[in-house]
Design a protein around this ligand. Structure first.
Ligand SMILES: Cc1cn([C@H]2C[C@H](O)[C@@H](COP(=O)(O)OP(=O)(O)O[C@H]3O[C@@H](C)C(=O)[C@@H](O)[C@H]3O)O2)c(=O)[nH]c1=O
Length: 182
């Protein structure tokens, strides 16, 4: 696997070694020892999640705060997404900056998102299956979020916004400014 740090410290793009033969392909989707050696980050993933979405669905921007903050290792099993993470670490030089990347089931690329980031993705193909590892359990009371089209964050989702499909919960998320004043 190859690992490349993004413009946001501690946030990495990971490309697995995909081995192809006449039957199809094989790759190690997670290898703790290699991950830790190449990122320098000790991991303890304890929950795996999977979701399926139609094209035009946007999930996010989400995070859990406090004792239930989560680092995530995200990837696409089927289809394609534009994945976005936002640095909300208050002591970070890149606070408020985001990183975005297309993740798909052809490249099998992954994104490691540290604790203290908000995360979201826009689904670019129908029946996309998204999968991720988390290093902390789901805790409803610790869930927070920021509206995907926050003017300060200024994320280019590259998709006509009138066609997006969001949960009622996500439509009601606060701006970055309101989140910071919560
Ligand atoms: C995230 C989560 C949700 N749920 C439940 C709550 C709810 O009934 C249903 C769907 O939850 P949501 O609408 O929050 O699902 P979703 O919008 O897919 O939430 C996810 O979005 C992406 C962007 C992330 O980064 C994730 O951490 C997570 O917040 O699943 C769990 O049981 N465990 C979990 O870990």
């Amino acid at each position: 696997m190859t690992v490349e740090e993004t413009n946001l410290k501690g946030c990495f793009v990971i490309a697995p070694n995909v081995i192809e033969d006449e039957r199809g392909y094989f790759f190690e989707s997670f290898n703790k020892a290699q991950f830790e050696a190449k990122t320098g980050i000790a991991t303890n993933f304890i929950q795996d999640n999977q979701s399926q979405s139609s094209k035009g669905v946007l999930r996010g921007l989400h995070l859990q705060t406090g004792a239930f903050a989560q680092a995530k290792l995200v990837r696409v099993i089927k289809g394609k997404v534009l994945d976005v993470c936002v640095d909300l670490r208050k002591d970070s030089l890149t606070f408020g900056k985001h990183f975005s990347i297309v993740l798909d089931a052809i490249e099998h690329n992954q994104l490691y998102i540290p604790k203290g980031f908000a995360h979201g993705f826009l689904v670019l193909e129908d029946q996309t299956i998204f999968s991720y590892k988390c290093d902390n359990y789901y805790n409803k009371a610790s869930e927070r979020g920021i509206i995907y089209n926050d003017k300060t964050l200024n994320i280019d989702w590259g998709f006509p916004t009138e066609n997006l499909m969001l949960s009622e919960k996500d439509k009601a998320l606060p701006t970055l400014e309101a989140y910071l004043n919560e």
